[in-house]
Every structure is written in C-alpha cells, then in structure tokens.
Write a protein that binds this ligand. Structure first.
Ligand code: NDP
Length: 478
C-alpha cells in the first residue's frame, strides 16, 4: 500500500487527473472497469510519474495508503452508484471517496449520508476545466466533511489551477452536496456567459454589419479590458477560424442548433424550487432549446420582421462600444443571479458557503475564469454579507455607467428583429430590482379577487381581503 491517491474511471477526465497527480509527485493507483485502459494509460504515460496499475477492485483498494483516498471519475448517475457499491464494502472507517464526476447535488447528499453511516467520508467534488484542466490544473469545488478536507485539501491544492496571485483554485466549499451545487451554478453561469457573448456576436454581425473576422478582432480588443476571460478569448479564436473545406468562416458552416448536457437545466430547475430569479441563465438554456427546434423554426420562417438595415459603417464602431457596455452589464446581472442562487442553496441546506471563496476558486482553471472574478472577490472581501452583487458600490457604479448604452442596444436589437433574450432579461431584472413600485401590487389584487389569497397593505401591518363579490369592503384576516 504505497499510493497516496487512487483514481478509478480512466476515460479522458480520470486519466488526465491521474496524470496530474503523478506529475505533481504523488504515487497514483489507477483502476478502470475495462482493465485494458489501465494498462494503456501506464504504458503511454508511466514515465510522467509513479503509477500503480491495478486490475481488481481489491487490488486497487489494497494499493492505497490509509486512510485511503480514492477518486471516482466515471459516468455520472447509475455508474457512480455502481462503483460506490463495489468499493464501499472494501473500505474502512476514515477512508475518503471523492466523486469528481458531474453528479447532481441531491445524489451527492444521498450518497454522503449512506456512506457516513459506514464511517466513510464522501466528498462530492465539482471539477471544471474539461480535459485540459484535469491535466494542467482544474478548478475544484469539493463538498464533504471538514475532516476529509484536512487530508485531501493539500493534494487538491497542489493539482488545482492557480489564480494569477498564485492562490490554488480550490477550497472546502461546505458539507455534502455543497461542492456539486456550486459546480452546477458554475455551469449555469457558463451558459449565461456563452449566450451573452452569442447575442453580442449576433448584434455585431447583423446590426453593425461586421464580418466574423472583424468580430474576432473586436473580441480580442475586449479581452484586453474588463471582459478579459477564457470564454471571450476562445470566442475570438472560433470566429477567426476558416473552414478548410469551403474557405468560409467556420461559424457559417456549423449547424445552428446548440446542444446541452443538462447542468444548465439543473441550475434553472433548482432555482425554480428555491424561488431564485436566474432569468439570464434560464434564457440561455431556453435559447439553446429554441435553436434546436428545427420544426418550429421551419414553420415560422416566413413570419414578418422589421425592415431595418444594418448601420452605416461610420456608426458601426460606436454601436460596438455600446454592445461592450451591454455585455458587461448583463454579465454583472448573470453573476448576481448565480451568486444569489448559491447563497439561497447554502441557506436552504445549512452549508455556510463563503461566496468570496467561491469567486476566488473560479479565477483559474474553470470555463468561466475571468478577470471579473477578482472584482467579485474584492466585493465580498469588502462586505462578506453583501446581499447582492448589485449592492456593491463598484458594480453599482459600473452598471450605472453602462445602463444607457445597454438600453440602446436592446432597443436596436428589437428594432432590427434580433433576439437578445439574455441581454433583455438581464436588463429587466436590473429595472425590476431598482423599481420604486412593481405591478406585483396589481397581481396581489387579482389573486385576492379570484382566490381570496389576501394581501398586505403599504400603510399598516396585517393581512387583508376585499369582499370583491360583496360590498367590496375590506376585512382584516390576520
Ligand atoms: P465518461 O463520462 O465517458 O465515463 C467513462 C468512464 O466511466 C469509463 O472509465 C468507464 O469505464 C466508466 N464507467 C461507465 N459505466 C461504468 C460502470 N457501470 N461501472 C464502472 N465504470 C463505468 O468519462 P469522462 O472522462 O468524460 O467523464 C468522467 C466524469 O467527469 C463524468 O461524470 C463527467 O460528467 C465528468 N466530466 C467533467 C468534465 C469537466 O469539465 N469537469 C468534462 C467531462 C466530463 P469503461 O472504460 O470500462 O467503459
């Protein structure tokens, strides 16, 4: 028993994670249901560090020093349960199982509870950064007992991505499902970021009249400013790419139906349960769904649209600058909504998640890594109990400076018939939050009218009902 860590499930993520541990000087026991993959990994990459190739589950468990630390990197869902049930009987109290797959946090809560009864620590670790991240340094969001993090934390810190200031992009997020919950919201925010970028592209193309190459250049410029992020960087790469076969811009030969694996959808489903308005993320998920409905799109193809022509060349650059403002303001809203969801989940499940620490561990390794996250970190450092990112004076000022351009961009989109669901939903959220009065008062009146659902008044305490079908006098119900 010489291995400090074990990885079972050696598809792309597991192999790369195992290599990352080995390259960082750890002895790694490796295991896979299909043993050929284990042998292949060690043959190809054995020179990178110390691997212990194991065949059976028993051999794997026996190869690990105690307390054992074993990472499961198999397909999420039933395969993860199957693997847990295979290994758990071979383990001892104090051992730690880490699930690094994309598990639903409710599954993680269930598994943690089951294993805790056997004295085994179960850590649900969200891992972001794709294949490359797993190998070179991912962002890691571990949830589980504080005790398990004591033994695991230093190893994860070693293999994790490092932010620009050198801080590892990992920290103990909270108990049981907290890590997978935060990973879920990360993916929701990723959907929103991608949709906002897509809307900006659409506007630059069809309102500003820019070519894909020109738009790539614009994104490169933006990437040197406050929008500096991995997603903006790769957007420029994708837009600048030419299809080898046709010589056309790559973006023009790709079918325009976006697919999804489901974590964005989970984010929205859970937000609905928690009553958290994540409209930007929801619109991003719906935008992918709309794009995929070829039948509906075909049936709607002939519908009338506005006659607006692209802007004259001399107005295009000024419009592009407005789009940058709209994109930045909408991004602030997406993160405001995502962090609200984490806060709400943390309260619902008693996790005590430190929102500043979450922004910190997303600064490197993960798909949404961005200079912007330093700003969020600063906001939570200044006020750890910040009720909303929009309440931070810095963000409030920036969004205030952006708001006129943001509105102008949404107006231009509407008048040109360009769908900007995430830009406009984000603006609506901003306007709703800052409104002195909302029409929710009327909604309450309607609810009281048809269902006697009662209402509260602005001028005194209590709950009231108007006798709508009687003499319309008001009665106090509580
Ligand atoms: P896959 O999700 O494709 O899973 C393949 C692995 O699961 C193989 O090792 C396979 O073994 C094993 N497996 C499947 N079913 C069983 C079973 N019933 N019993 C035992 N082993 C089984 O691999 P990935 O590397 O793409 O992803 C691993 C995990 O990481 C997933 O949960 C995925 O959602 C997550 N992921 C995360 C990403 C990220 O950026 N964070 C990116 C990609 C994935 P065998 O070789 O025998 O078939």
């Amino acid at each position: 028993s010489t291995a400090q860590i074990g990885v079972t499930g050696l598809a792309v993520m597991g192999s790369n994670l195992a290599r990352n541990f080995a390259r960082n000087g750890y002895t790694v026991a490796v295991h896979n249901r299909t043993a050929a993959k284990t042998t292949a990994l060690v043959e190809e990459f054995g020179h990178e560090g110390d691997f212990v190739a194991t065949g059976s589950a028993k051999e794997f468990v026996d190869a690990l020093e105690r307390p054992r630390r074993l990472i499961i990197m198999v397909k999420a869902g039933e395969p993860t349960d199957a693997v847990i049930h295979e290994f758990a009987p071979l383990l001892e109290p104090g051992d730690v199982i880490i699930d690094g797959g994309n598990a639903h946090f409710e599954d993680t809560r269930r598994r943690e509870k089951e294993l805790r009864e056997q004295g085994i620590h179960f850590v649900g670790a969200g891992i972001s950064g794709g294949e490359e991240g797993a190998l070179l340094g991912p962002s890691i969001m571990p949830g589980g007992s504080a005790e398990s993090y004591e033994s695991l934390g230093p190893m994860l810190e070693k293999i994790a991505a490092k932010a620009k200031d050198g801080t590892p992009c990992v920290s103990h997020v909270g108990p049981d499902g907290a890590g997978h919950f935060v990973k879920m919201v990360h993916n929701g925010i990723e959907y929103a970021d991608m949709q906002l970028i897509a809307e900006a592209y659409h506007l630059l193309r069809d309102v500003a009249g820019y070519s894909p190459a020109r738009i790539a250049e614009t994104f490169r410029e933006w990437n040197r400013g406050r929008l500096d992020s991995y997603l903006i960087e790769i957007t420029a790469e994708v837009l600048a790419h030419t299809d080898a076969e046709t010589g056309l811009p790559f973006v023009d030969v790709v079918a325009d139906a976006a697919e999804q694996k489901g974590t964005g959808r989970w984010t929205v489903q859970i937000a609905l349960d928690l009553g958290v308005p994540v409209s930007g993320i929801a619109e991003a998920v719906f935008a992918r769904a709309v794009s995929g409905h070829a039948d509906l799109r075909e049936a709607a193809r002939g519908l009338a649209g506005p006659a607006a022509a692209p802007l004259p060349a001399e107005a295009a650059d000024a419009f592009a600058a407005q789009v940058e403002q709209a994109l930045y303001a909408s991004k602030i809203v997406s993160y405001t909504q995502g962090f609200h969801q984490i806060q709400a989940g943390s309260e619902e499940y008693g996790w005590g998640v430190d929102l500043g620490a979450v922004s910190s561990l997303w600064r490197g390794g993960c798909i949404i890594r961005a200079a912007f996250l330093d700003r969020i970190r600063t906001a939570y450092d200044a006020q750890p109990d910040l009720p909303s990112l929009l309440a931070d004076p810095g963000f409030a000022q920036e969004i205030g400076e952006a708001q006129e351009d943001w509105r102008a961009v949404v107006v231009a989109a509407v008048s040109h018939g360009i769908p900007v669901p995430a830009f406009s939903a984000s603006l609506a959220y901003y306007d709703a939050l800052r409104a002195e009065r909302l029409p929710a008062a009327l909604t309450q009146g309607q609810r009281d009218f048809f269902g006697a659902h009662t209402y509260r008044r602005t001028d005194r305490e209590g709950t009231f009902h108007t006798l709508w079908s009687g003499d319309r006098s008001e009665v106090r119900t509580a």
